[in-house]
Every structure is written in C-alpha cells, then in structure tokens.
Ligand binder design. Structure first.
Ligand code: SAM
Length: 190
C-alpha cells in the first residue's frame, strides 16, 4: 500500500505532463521539486530557508534538471510570483535534519492553499501532506482539515488519505481536484 507521500506523488503524476507548470510550496531538501521537475515543463518552488534553496539546487543539478525556479519566500506570497499551475504539493512541517523551530504554520499554510486553489487549472490537483507529530503540526491538521472540508463541492473534490491503526502520529494526505473555474461571481471565497 502506498504511504501518504507516495500517494501524494502518484496523485499528481497521474495528470502532470511536460506541457504543464508545477508548484512545490515547501521545497525543503528538494525531493518533491525534483520529482515534479522530471515530469513537468517547469517547477516553481518556495521556501523560507536559504538552506532549502541550496539543497534543492544541488539536487536538481545532480539530476541534470534546469527547469526549476526557486523562490526564497514564504508560500503565502505565491500570488506575487505565479500566475498558474496544473499541480501543487505542500509537504508541511519542518526541514528533516534542520531547524525544527522553522515549521509551516496553519495560518500562512491556509492562506497559501487558498491562493493556489484560485490559480490552479481546472482539472488540476493539489496534494497536502500533514505531519501531526509535533505541536504546530497537530494544530495545522485541525485547521487545514477544517478549511478544506468547507470548500464548495461544485468547485473542488476533496479526499483524505490517513492511516487509522498506527500507534504514533503518522502523516496524512489531503488530495484536492479542481472541477470548475473559481473565476466566476458565484464562487464564495469566504
Ligand atoms: C517537510 S519540509 C519539506 C520537504 C521537501 N518538500 C522535500 O522534498 O525535501 C517543510 C519545509 O517547509 C518550509 N517552510 C516553512 N514555512 C514555510 C513557508 N511559509 N513557506 C514556504 N516554505 C515554508 C520549511 O523551511 C521546510 O523546508
């Protein structure tokens, strides 16, 4: 059975082609950026830590990938840089083996998800991997699930993929598909 991160990738890879733009909202060590770059025309990747940009650039270079554009900026600023994308991934939490105090926070995460949903192509998909094993992640799980659960079903299909019988606090995955343009006067952005 696929783990949540593997499922996150499979969900996006199913529709991603070399004609499409992809977004990595939390580049970290660049694993997700590289996964997307192998399948997309171009990947836009964001992180607040310069270390993440260095690690991601090195990883992309090692794979011979020159179709990644790295932004040293929080994903809550995506609107300032990106006009559209077909797929997006949020791999939340902190950088593995890095500073655990620099973690995603539910308020900016939700702000970014909302921006991404608006610029996403119709038929486009978003994967959100949440790690509830630390304090900020526990709160992020509650708030992000609350937010995505309230998305209008006429515009988005939202699915949850979560291990139910593990004793610790394993990651879970939210998958969203956009089924109708939000660029109409009837869409309620709350
Ligand atoms: C779990 S790691 C991402 C793993 C990464 N996708 C990979 O493939 O290695 C989470 C990352 O989110 C970053 N982050 C925290 N707050 C952020 C924000 N507001 N915008 C963008 N990235 C942020 C952290 O610096 C950290 O690198």
């Amino acid at each position: 059975m696929l783990k949540p991160l593997e499922m996150a990738h499979a969900f996006l890879a199913e529709i991603l082609t070399k004609n499409d733009y992809a977004l990595d909202a939390t580049m970290g060590n660049g694993h997700d950026t590289v996964f997307l770059a192998k399948r997309a025309k171009e990947v836009f990747a964001f992180d607040v830590q310069f270390e993440a940009l260095q690690n991601t650039r090195n990883r992309a270079d090692a794979e011979g990938l020159d179709n990644v554009r790295l932004f040293w900026s929080g994903h809550q600023n995506i609107n300032h840089y990106i006009l559209g994308c077909k797929v997006a991934i949020f791999n939340l939490g902190y950088l593995p083996n890095g500073d655990k105090s620099i973690t995603t926070r539910y308020d900016t995460t939700i702000d970014a998800i909302e921006q991404v949903l608006n610029i996403l192509s119709v038929g486009g998909r978003v994967s959100i991997v949440i790690y509830p094993g630390h304090e900020a992640g526990k709160l992020e799980k509650v708030e992000v699930l609350d937010y995505v659960s309230a998305l209008d079903q006429n515009y988005f299909t939202v699915m949850l993929y979560e291990p139910l019988n593990q004793i610790n606090t394993p990651p879970l995955l939210v998958m969203i598909e956009k089924i109708k343009s939000t660029d109409d006067p009837f869409y309620d952005r709350f």
